[in-house]
Structures are given as C-alpha cells and as structure tokens.
Write a protein that binds this ligand. Sequence first.
Ligand code: HEC
Length: 203
Amino acid sequence: MMRNIQKRLVLISVGVALFFQFIGSAYAEGFYTMIDGELERPTGYREWVYVGTPLTPNDMNNGKAAFPEFHNVYIDPKSWGHWKNTGEFRDGTILIKELVGVGSKAAVSGNGYFQGDFVGLEATIKSSEHFPDELGNWAYFSFSTPDHQSLTDSASAFPKEACNACHLASAADDFVFTQYYPVLRMGKAAGMDAIGGVKSNLN
Ligand code: HEC
C-alpha cells in the first residue's frame, strides 16, 4: 500500500516537472516580448542567423548619410528555418539591425571600411497579433539613444510613414531588403542548399 502511494507520488512529481519543462521551452521559443504595446529590447540576437551587412558611409553621401554605420542584420532562427523551407517570412518574424560605427579606414590588407564600436540597435517584427493595422503587419523600432552611447530598455513602434512606406516601396521581399542580404537571397526556399557549403564553397 505504502509503496503504491510512493509510486504515485513519484509519477505525479515527474509529470509536474515535465509540464514545467514544456512551458519553459515554449516560452523560450519567443524571440521578443511586447508589454503594453512596447517592445522590450531583445537579447541574444548575436547568436541568431546573420544575413548581411549593408553600409552607407558618410563620405559617399555628402557627409550626411541617414544611417552612416554598418548595419549587421540578423533573423531569429525559427523564422530562418521557415524562410529556408518556404521562401516566406512567417507571422512572428523578427529581424535585428545592429549598428556598428566605421572604426578605421585602413588595415594591413588595404584601405576600406572596418567595423568599430556598436552604436545602436533597431528591429522589425511581422505580427498579425500585435500589429494588425500596420502595412504587411510589420512594425519598426529603434533602441538607439541620440548620443549612440547606450540603448533604451524598450521602444514603441514608429508611425507607418517613418519606416514602413519606404520598405514597402523598395524592399525585394515582403518589406525586407533581401536584395542586400546574400544569406536570405541565396537561401530563399532553398532547403538544405541554404545552409552553405553545399553547392560550392562560395554558396
Ligand atoms: C528611405 C528608405 C528607408 C526608410 C525611410 C527606412 N528604411 Fe529601414 N532600410 C532601408 C534599406 C535600403 C535597408 C537595407 C539596407 C541598409 O540597411 O542600408 C533597410 C533595412 C532596415 C532593417 C533591417 C531589416 C530589413 O527590413 O531589411 C531594419 C530593422 C530597418 N531598416 C529599420 C528601419 C526603421 C526603424 C526605420 C524608421 C525609423 C526605417 N528602417 C526607415 C530603407 C529605409
């Protein structure tokens, strides 16, 4: 009798532990958190999938580029998997654009543009749940501070005119500038060919 009760207790505690493990992993799958309409600053994105680095330097834009830094762009791994398999951005996609200043223009390899310090962070999210009224359900955020010395802990979405309109007009795929991100361009619905090192050592 006693042993039966003990067995049951063990089974119940295993069940409870599994339940919490399930809740924990479901929670960990979220790559962003919205609280009261504000996006909490995402974390861990340098371990997501890196897609490319556009650069619009000041000295090629009359000294006043809108974004004079390098733009290191990352996509969350779940959305990368979906893109690789379907060629579409899933509901829930988040892309991060980390701004990095031009640190130096000369190296032992030659003259050029070399990455310096991190100076800002932006994000875009496609969510029909959170942004039903935005064009394409994409909303745009910035955590950069005016002095580029720190980041804010949360951000509210920019108005459509500030960001979405240009992305709608000029981006190659569903508001995203995939034409400038070779990893997404080559990887679109490419399945295992998207992962690199498959066709040739340049793909
Ligand atoms: C005049 C057009 C234009 C406007 C306005 C604009 N962007 Fe972009 N955005 C681009 C281009 C072009 C790229 C890709 C090349 C690059 O980063 O320079 C880009 C890339 C991005 C990316 C990387 C993911 C993607 O969609 O390609 C984010 C995030 C982003 N912009 C955020 C913003 C935010 C936030 C605003 C509003 C404050 C904004 N953008 C306004 C043209 C624009």
